[in-house]
Design a protein around this ligand. Structure first.
Ligand SMILES: Cc1cc2nc3c(=O)[nH]c(=O)nc-3n(C[C@H](O)[C@H](O)[C@H](O)COP(=O)(O)OP(=O)(O)OC[C@H]3O[C@@H](n4cnc5c(N)ncnc54)[C@H](O)[C@@H]3O)c2cc1C
Length: 544
C-alpha cells in the first residue's frame, strides 16, 4: 500500500455562477432583464475571484505593506508601499466602477445593489482593499450631502472616477487615542489664520488608508466647546502640489491581529492645511453619511467572508475522506455546514435588504416607513452581521480540521480578517445603544412591524408560517421589553440583546419572504431548511 497521501486542496468555481442565493436574489429583485444587463460584470468578477485573483492572493500571502520613514540621506519621507494584491485590486475596482456605480445610477434605485453585489464578490479575494474603498464611497456621499460645491467639484469626480490615473481614495480619520467610540473626546485642534487658512494639530490613532489622496477628519476649532458638537468636519489633501506631505507625519504602522495588508497608521498632524466641510461645529453630525456607507460596506464584507469560508469548506467536504466516506457524506458534518449556511443566508438577506433601502433613498423613492426602517436597521445590520461573520468563519475554519489552523492553507487569515468587522465602524455595544435610540415605538418599531406583516403575509401553513409567527412574536417581545423598562442603566444593559433580537427576527422574516417568492422546488426547500435552522439557533435574545 502506498503510504504517501496528499490531500487535495479546496477549490473555488466562478463565485457568482456558483452562488445560488446571490443569483436567485438578484433575479427576484431586479427581474431577469435588468439582471441580464449587468450579469456580464458579475460573471467576470466571479471568474477572477475563483481564479487569478484567488491565486494572486495565495502567492502574495506573506507580503505586507512596507513603511519607510527616512531616505538614505537623512530626509524624512514617510512612504508606504502597498502589496501586489492591493495594486491589482485598485485597478480592478476602478475599472468595474466599484465606487462610480451608485453615483452614475445607470440602473436607478438598484444601483447600490449592483455595486455591493460586486463588492460581495470582490472582498474575499482582495485582502481587505474594501476598507479604503468603503471610506472613499463614504467620503463621496458625505461631500455630496454637505452641499459644499467647491469641495464637491474638487474631489467627487476623482473619488467616483473610472480612470485609474484620476482615481483618489479617501481616509476617515476620526479615532484618537482618547477614544474611537467617544470621538467627542478628540483633542486635535484647528486654527484659522488671518488669510482664512485652517491648520490642524493633533494625533490620529487609527488611520487605515493612510496613503490615500484625501481624508475627512474631525478637529476642534479654537474657542469651540467640548464634546462632539464642538468638533468640525474638515477635508484635507494628504500631499501638497510638490508631492510633499501636507504637515503630516506617519509615526508607525499598527502591528495588528488581522487586516495586515491594510496599512493602518498613527499620524501626527502638525499644521496640516484643511478646509471646513460643513460649518464650524457639529462635525460628528456632518460625518454621519460616511458612517452610514461604511457600515453598509462592513455588512457586505461580513456576508462575503461567510460565503467565501463556507464555499471553501463545502468544497473541501467533498474532497476529504474520513471513516470510509467523504466529509460531505457524514450527516453531522453536513448539518454543521447547513446550520452555518442558514446563518449566512439570513445575514445576506438582511444586508441586501438594507442596501435596497439605501438605493431607494438615494433615488428619492423612500416613503416615511422605509425611512424609519433604514434608520433603525443601519446600526443593526452592521452589528449583527459582524458577530455572525466571526461565528461562521470560526466554525468554517474548524471544518478543515487541523488544516484550518495552518497558515499556508490560507484559512487562518480568513478568521483574523473577519475579527475586525465587529470592532471598526462602531463596536457591537456602541451600535446597540444607537439602535436603542432609533427604536422609537411610534416610528422605527411600528414601521418594522408593518413591513414584517407585509413581507410574510400569504405564506399559508407550514414552516414559513411558523417562522413568520416566531419572527413577529420576537419583535413584539422586544418592543414590550423596551416600553416596560424605565431605568436607563437596565435599558443600556439590555441593548445588545434587544438589537440582536430585532436582527434575527428580521433575518427570519426575510428568509420567509425569499422562500415565498421562489417558485421552484429547491429554493423553497432551502428556504424552509434555513428558517428551521435559524429558529433553532435562537431568535429571541431578550430575557424578561
Ligand atoms: C484595524 C483597524 C483599523 C481602523 N481604522 C480606522 C480608521 O481608518 N479611521 C478611524 O477613525 N478609526 C479606525 N479604527 C478605529 C476603530 O474605529 C475604533 O477602534 C473603534 O471605533 C473602537 O474605539 P476604541 O478603540 O477607542 O475602543 P473604546 O471606545 O475604548 O471601546 C472599548 C470597549 O468599550 C465598549 N464601549 C465603549 N463605549 C461604551 C458604552 N457607552 N457602553 C457600553 N460599551 C461601551 C466598546 O464596545 C468596546 O468593546 C480602526 C480600528 C482597527 C482595529
Amino acid at each position: 500500500m502506498n503510504t504517501v497521501f496528499v490531500q487535495e486542496r479546496p477549490r473555488l468555481t466562478n463565485t457568482y455562477a456558483s452562488d445560488h442565493l446571490l443569483r436567485t436574489y438578484l433575479e427576484w429583485k431586479l427581474g431577469r432583464d435588468l439582471l441580464a444587463s449587468i450579469e456580464r460584470e458579475l460573471l467576470e468578477l466571479g471568474e477572477l475571484a475563483a481564479g487569478s485573483l484567488f491565486e494572486l492572493q495565495r502567492a502574495d500571502r506573506c507580503n505586507e505593506p512596507t513603511f519607510t520613514q527616512w531616505d538614505p540621506w537623512g530626509s524624512r519621507i514617510d512612504r508606504i508601499e502597498v502589496t501586489a494584491v492591493w495594486r491589482e485590486a485598485e485597478q480592478l475596482a476602478v475599472r468595474l466602477g466599484l465606487i462610480a456605480t451608485p453615483y452614475e445610477r445607470q440602473v436607478g434605485a438598484w444601483s447600490r445593489t449592483r455595486q455591493l453585489a460586486l463588492v460581495y464578490l470582490f472582498h474575499p479575494v482582495t485582502d481587505v482593499y474594501s476598507c479604503p474603498l468603503a471610506m472613499t464611497d463614504g467620503a463621496a456621499r458625505t461631500l455630496l450631502e454637505s452641499h459644499n460645491s467647491r469641495l464637491i467639484d474638487r474631489a467627487v469626480p476623482h473619488l467616483t472616477s473610472r480612470d485609474p490615473a484620476e482615481f483618489w481614495t479617501s481616509g476617515q480619520w476620526m479615532t484618537e487615542s482618547t477614544g474611537g467610540s467617544d470621538v467627542g473626546l478628540s483633542r486635535t485642534t484647528a486654527a484659522c489664520d488671518a488669510s482664512g487658512v485652517w491648520r490642524l494639530h493633533g494625533k490620529k490613532w487609527f488611520t487605515s488608508a493612510a496613503n490615500s489622496q484625501i481624508a475627512l477628519t474631525l478637529a476642534r476649532p479654537e474657542g469651540n466647546g467640548p464634546g462632539g458638537s464642538g468638533l468640525a468636519l474638515f477635508y484635507l489633501e494628504t500631499r501638497r502640489a510638490d508631492r510633499s506631505l501636507n504637515g503630516i507625519r506617519i509615526e508607525r504602522l499598527k502591528d495588528k491581529l488581522g487586516t495586515r495588508k491594510v496599512p493602518t497608521a498613527e499620524l501626527t498632524l502638525d499644521g496640516t492645511v484643511a478646509e471646513l466641510v460643513a460649518g464650524i461645529t457639529d462635525g460628528t453630525r456632518a460625518i454621519e453619511p460616511m458612517l452610514k456607507i461604511t457600515r453598509t460596506w462592513n455588512s457586505v464584507c461580513a456576508v462575503a467572508s461567510m460565503r467565501h469560508a463556507l464555499a471553501l469548506a463545502q468544497d473541501y467536504a467533498s474532497r476529504r475522506r474520513a471513516f470510509g466516506a467523504t466529509l460531505a457524506e457524514h450527516p453531522l458534518h453536513r448539518e454543521t455546514l447547513a446550520e452555518l449556511e442558514a446563518v449566512a443566508a439570513g445575514a445576506f438577506l438582511l444586508t441586501f435588504f438594507v442596501i435596497e433601502l439605501l438605493g431607494r433613498e438615494e433615488a428619492g423613492l423612500l416613503d416615511e416607513d422605509e425611512k424609519s426602517l433604514l434608520r433603525l436597521l443601519t446600526p443593526i445590520v452592521k452589528l449583527a452581521t459582524g458577530k455572525q461573520a466571526v461565528q461562521v468563519v470560526s466554525e468554517a475554519l474548524e471544518a478543515f480540521g487541523g488544516a484550518g489552523y495552518i497558515e499556508d492553507t490560507g484559512i487562518p487569515v480568513l478568521l483574523r480578517d473577519t475579527q475586525v468587522l465587529p470592532i471598526w465602524e462602531g463596536t457591537t455595544n456602541v451600535l446597540s445603544l444607537d439602535a436603542l435610540l432609533r427604536a422609537d415605538p411610534e416610528r422605527g418599531l411600528a414601521a418594522l412591524r408593518r413591513w414584517m406583516q407585509r413581507a410574510t403575509s400569504g405564506v399559508g401553513d407550514g414552516e414559513f408560517s411558523a417562522s413568520a409567527g416566531i419572527a413577529a412574536a420576537a419583535v413584539d417581545h422586544a418592543s414590550r421589553w423596551l416600553s416596560s423598562i424605565q431605568d436607563r442603566a437596565l435599558l443600556q444593559a439590555g441593548a445588545r440583546r434587544f438589537a440582536l433580537t430585532l436582527a434575527r427576527a428580521v433575518e427570519l422574516a426575510l428568509l420567509v419572504e425569499y422562500g415565498k417568492s421562489m417558485r421552484q422546488e429547491p429554493p423553497i426547500k432551502a428556504g424552509q431548511d434555513w428558517c428551521q435552522r435559524l429558529r433553532r439557533a435562537g431568535i429571541d435574545c431578550i430575557q424578561d
